[in-house]
Design a protein around this ligand. Structure first.
Ligand code: FAD
Ligand code: SF4
Length: 494
């Protein structure tokens, strides 16, 4: 455990962010450098609760409670408190291939299940995780891993998001030769071209993929499976193929004037912005600009928040974020007890920045967009909306009911659709004749990961549906284990 009385002596202290009005002037990371002294103190707050829930990774009410990777949190908190960084790192890497990603962008279901959280603010598990891995990089403890012996088995991983990267790293560790095919020009999937740079600096993604290359993993970029590489080529050249292609089909809003100019999917907006930033510091103008525009983001989730933050940095005139659901309560309710994932109102970094700049919360709740308006140039000019209230039907299911007379009109020059994803690329799935489940994801059982096609496996968002990085890493690890077992008859992979 940490310090016996640590949780009584020290208050929770999260790693601070840069000032909101300062950070919106650039694309650098939000976070201030980690203060090691404070992190040791914060690790001391872990109180050896006997039966920790923080590392359980159980699903309660549809959401994860505890770490889906089963990170050995109390163990490495204790080592961190004692300043034993190298041992803490080795514990952390037993379960998590990429703590530098989760330590920055994981929503930390571990903290929602922290026992201290029943009565006090939880342990800063996510910040502590980042401190351990970054110390590992700083001290040069993280090195390429070249297996002593190769098995002679060749595996293709399609997609270089966190599930593909984790799967490849695990398979490489046990001596298989892994090739990752990626259709984009840079590796990382949504780590690279989804999450904005200020939330996850792309230098950390490149630092990791460079290490993987040095460890013997081959990345073939700008290479779209199904177009540049055929099914037959893949199946005949490799002993196993793992689909880690994500869930890339965005949910659309098919209402009047949807075809107007100025309406984009959030992920297209975000990915073009990052690409242009990395290619030319935005000098090439190959991005969708919010400068001097009234921006409306439809979708109140994390992706919508990333759009708000991006629009602010591009110099938008105004920004609003529409959410059809009611505003969450300020704290847990009795229907959402510990250790469930806490469902209370969180004001994320982009929303905080909008409040700091415009003195107003960008979020509008219980609002539904009925139609877009456009001008003679086919450019979107406004949205027509109605407020909704949520009622239960006879089966107890919630549904939105429009409130008569609540119609409004909001001016907009740029509309970003951030309403989630409905599944992976169906063209590719059809081409491979892969079976899908009722949610149009590739059909494969968790921890088996086999599909209807011999030697083809699936993992990550493409199997589980739109999810989180921590789950993608877990799925990649599980798929690697399943592949190794199928090829070798036994496996030592965890
Ligand atoms: C804007 C945004 C922000 C997010 N922020 C967070 C966050 O803060 N925290 C968090 O935990 N989660 C976040 N998520 C969710 C998280 O990014 C995903 O759950 C995770 O990346 C899924 O990993 P994956 O490996 O399954 O798929 P992806 O990351 O989607 O990677 C799939 C890869 O497959 C490639 N590919 C697809 N088809 C082919 C093909 N035919 N040939 C070759 N390559 C192909 C794609 O180009 C892509 O690189 C966010 C998602 C979005 C959209
Ligand atoms: S990966 Fe996420 S859930 Fe697991 S310990 Fe880290 S922050 Fe918590």
């Amino acid at each position: 455990m940490g310090k016996v009385t640590g949780f009584m002596e020290y208050n929770r202290q999260e790693s601070p962010y840069r000032d909101a009005l300062e950070r919106i002037k650039d694309w650098d990371e939000l976070y201030l450098p980690v203060n090691d002294e404070i992190r040791l103190e914060q690790a001391a707050r872990c109180m050896d609760c006997g039966t920790p829930f923080c590392h359980s990774g159980i699903i309660y009410n549809g959401l994860p409670s505890g770490c889906p990777l089963n990170n050995l949190i109390p163990e490495w908190n204790d080592l961190l408190f004692n300043g034993e960084y190298e041992d803490a790192l080795s514990r952390l890497l037993m379960t998590n291939n990429f703590p530098e990603f989760t330590g920055r962008v994981c929503p930390a279901p571990c903290e929602g299940a922290c026992t201290l959280g029943i009565t006090n603010p939880q342990v800063t598990i996510k910040n502590n995780e980042l401190a351990i891995i970054e110390m590992g990089f700083l001290k040069g403890w993280i090195k390429p891993f070249n297996p002593v012996k190769r098995t002679g088995k060749k595996i293709a991983v399609i997609g270089s998001g966190p599930s593909g990267l984790a799967c490849a790293e695990q398979l490489n560790k046990v001596g298989h030769l892994v090739t990752i095919y990626e259709k984009d020009d840079r590796p990382g999937g949504l780590l690279m071209y989804g999450i904005p740079n200020m939330k996850l600096d792309k230098k950390y993604v490149i630092r990791r993929t460079d290490l993987m290359i040095q460890s013997g993993i081959t990345f073939i970029l700008n290479s779209e499976v199904g177009k540049d590489i055929t099914k037959d080529e893949l199946l005949s050249n490799y002993d196993a193929v793992v689909f880690c292609i994500g869930s890339s089909t965005p949910r659309d809003l098919n209402i009047k004037n949807r075809e107007a100019k100025g309406i984009y999917f959030a992920v297209d907006y975000l990915s073009k912005n990052t690409k242009s930033l990395l290619d030319s510091s935005h000098k090439d103008n190959q991005y969708i600009s919010a400068k001097d525009k009234n921006v409306i983001v439809i979708g109140g989730g994390d992706t919508g928040n990333d759009c708000v933050a991006t629009a602010l940095r591009q110099g938008c005139k105004s920004v609003r974020q529409f959410e059809i659901m009611p505003e969450a309560p300020d704290e847990r309710t009795t229907e959402n007890p510990w250790p469930e994932f806490p469902r209370y109102k969180k004001t994320d970094y982009g929303q905080k920045e909008a409040i700091a700049l415009f003195k107003e919360d960008p979020r509008i709740y219980q609002i539904s967009t009925k139609s877009f308006e456009k001008n003679s140039d086919n450019q979107v000019t406004a949205l027509n909306t109605v407020n909704v209230e949520w009622s239960k039907d006879y089966d107890g299911r919630f549904f939105p009911r429009e409130i008569a007379g609540s119609n409004k009109n909001y001016q907009a020059d740029l509309v970003l659709l951030a309403m989630g994803f409905i599944g992976p690329d169906s063209e590719l799935i059809n081409y491979f004749e892969l079976e899908t489940d009722e949610r149009s994801n590739i059909k494969a059982t968790y921890q088996k990961h086999t599909t209807n096609i011999d030697k083809v496996f699936a993992a990550g968002d493409t199997r589980r549906g739109q999810s989180l990085i921590v789950w993608a890493i877990r799925e990649g690890r599980e798929a690697a284990k399943a592949v190794d077992l199928s090829l070798m008859g036994t496996t030592y992979l965890p």
